[in-house]
Write a protein that binds this ligand. Structure first.
Ligand code: IMP
Length: 521
């Protein structure tokens, strides 16, 4: 009897999402306004799974995405994010050509079986090859040499790809076919990495293995460093996020660009996204401050018509009708967040925006109906916020949490003996001048006259490599899941029970009444 009464009391106080948010309709709630109730658990934090399916062809092994901001994500951050199982969205405050190179750097970073390796022709000059390396930012300089029919002719080794040989033809410099190690694809068997690993052990000093068909056409390339990295990765709990060809995943932000007549620049957007796809981009993000708008919807529609299978992220919105609109236009993943960002002043400047947990609840219900996923974007300052966000969303986007790490763009600055990195809103005047004005509905030239910035320029204390930051965040997410007895993210969404926290409860939640010697992170 007593047990039944307690059980009922639990349910009355600690409510599921439906009951809780419906009972709190008159107030906008954010992360610190609520806490999650613990539940009976047989799940140890280390046994929890964090993989998340954002779209049919986009699966991550951890539900964390780095923000498409010019002080957060370029190729170094995107590589680190993908290696840790997440995703980086390369920002668009740079010339389109440079964004393509950034994507290439991620896609060519570490590969297992490289199915479409970069090849050279015997008639190319070494100088041409050097130019291509510079232009596409390849991190390697050894290339298979093939005929027009893709027949293997030899290998152009990195130690001859030097400016001093620029005027020589590849044909003169290559290591000939009979001296190049290769393997037929069918000999690779079911576990190509294990087979290649054995090959490299047996062939002292050989670091590249070319894969050919029965007629000696080139099918791929395996490098020893990739094999070693992948063998290591197989032992890690959270594997890197890779595409079907073993390349790291990478996303890129695109802007809803307008032409001189103020119309959507269809051609330019399509050309750019087409080029991104050629470089292997896995998803694009149409990133704006107001996603429930004609310009964003039209951009998404144009992209959806041209690229039926491309995962499209769009935003930002905070209403069910906003989610419905973008989903109907063709977006698969919707960014939720207006005004929560750590560098954001939208709520102060424009007086609009919704606290994150309420926005996520409303949007999550429409997202489920429309069969799209949502990302909680902005306002995350600790791993507990991520756990709360993941009770409603399929992933989170972090800006400030990652901006102080070694892999974010920009130099460190030293102030009074402490190291910092610059972090600025994409709606700050400086960032809008650098290109992001369209995101806030302004022209780039507008920034010279009076427009209201919706972001600030700031500093983040330097916090070491992203690996370390993510390890702390992931540890926190796994702890939260352990407390709720959730072995994966869909169980977390199902099981979550909420209660509001009083101001005194918020104070109680952080360290108090002690002299803090070491912070917890
Ligand atoms: P943070 O993780 O709290 O630092 O928030 C990052 C998020 O803030 C980004 O992913 C954007 O959605 C948003 N954001 C970026 N720049 C601005 C800005 O200048 N004003 C408002 N929001 C911004």
């Amino acid at each position: 009897m007593a047990a039944t009464r307690n059980f009922n009391l639990d349910d009355t106080f600690y409510q599921n999402a439906e009951s809780f948010f419906m009972a709190n309709q008159k107030v906008g709630l954010t992360y610190d306004d609520i806490t999650l109730a613990t539940l009976y658990s047989e799940i140890l934090p280390r046994d929890t799974q964090l993989d998340t399916q954002l779209a049919d062809t986009l699966q991550l092994n951890i539900p964390v995405v780095s923000a498409d901001m010019d002080t957060v994500t370029e190729s170094r951050m995107a590589i680190a994010m993908a290696l840790n199982g997440g995703l980086g969205l390369i920002h668009y405050n740079m010339p389109e050509k440079q964004q393509l190179s950034e994507v290439s750097r991620v896609k060519y970073h570490v590969q297992g079986l490289i199915q479409d390796p970069i090849k050279v022709s015997p008639d190319d000059l070494i100088g041409d090859v050097l130019e291509r390396i510079e232009e596409r930012k390849f991190g390697f300089s050894t290339f298979p040499v093939v005929s027009k029919e893709n027949k293997l002719l030899g290998l152009l080794s990195g130690h001859v790809v030097k400016p001093r040989y620029a005027s020589k033809k590849v044909a003169e410099a290559l290591t000939p076919r009979d001296q190049v190690h290769s393997i037929r694809k069918k000999e690779l068997g079911k576990d190509p990495i294990a087979r290649a690993d054995k090959f490299f052990t047996e062939h002292l000093g050989i670091h590249k293995l070319l894969v050919v068909d029965d007629n000696d056409h080139l099918l791929g390339l395996i490098t020893m460093s990739d094999v070693e990295r992948i063998t290591q990765e197989r032992k890690a709990q959270f594997k890197p996020a890779r595409d079907a060809q073993f390349r790291l995943v990478c996303g890129a932000a695109v802007s809803a660009t307008r032409n001189a007549f103020g119309e959507l620049d269809r051609e330019r957007i399509l050309d750019h996204v087409g080029a991104l796809l050629e470089r292997g981009v896995d998803c694009v993000a149409v990133s704006t401050a107001h996603g429930h708008s004609k310009g964003v919807g039209d951009t998404v529609k144009v992209l959806r018509d041209a690229f039926p299978k491309l995962p499209i992220i769009a935003g930002n919105v905070t209403s069910g009708s906003g989610v419905e609109y973008l989903a109907d236009c063709g977006a698969n993943i919707i960014k939720i967040g207006q005004g929560p960002g750590s560098i954001c002043t939208t709520r102060i400047v424009a007086g609009v925006g919704i606290p994150q947990m309420t926005a996520l609840y409303i949007c999550s219900r429409m997202a489920a109906k429309k069969k799209v996923s949502i990302l909680a974007d902005g306002g995350i300052t600790k791993s507990g916020d991520i756990v709360k966000a993941l009770t409603l969303a399929q992933g989170v986007i972090c800006g400030g949490m990652l901006a102080g790490s070694a892999e974010s763009p920009g130099d460190m600055v030293e102030i009074a003996g402490k190291m910092y990195k610059q972090y600025r809103g994409m709606g700050s005047l400086a960032a809008m001048k650098a290109g992001s004005a369209a995101r806030y509905g302004h022209e780039k030239s507008d920034t010279t006259r009076k427009v209201a910035a919706e972001g600030i320029e700031a500093l983040k204390e330097s916090c070491g490599p992203v690996d370390r930051v993510l390890a702390t965040l992931i540890g926190g997410i796994q702890s939260g899941m352990g407390y709720l007895g959730a072995k994966n993210l869909s169980e977390l969404r199902e099981k979550a029970r909420y209660i509001r926290v009083s101001p005194a409860g918020q104070r109680e939640a952080a360290p108090h009444d002690v002299v803090e010697l070491k912070t917890g992170h």
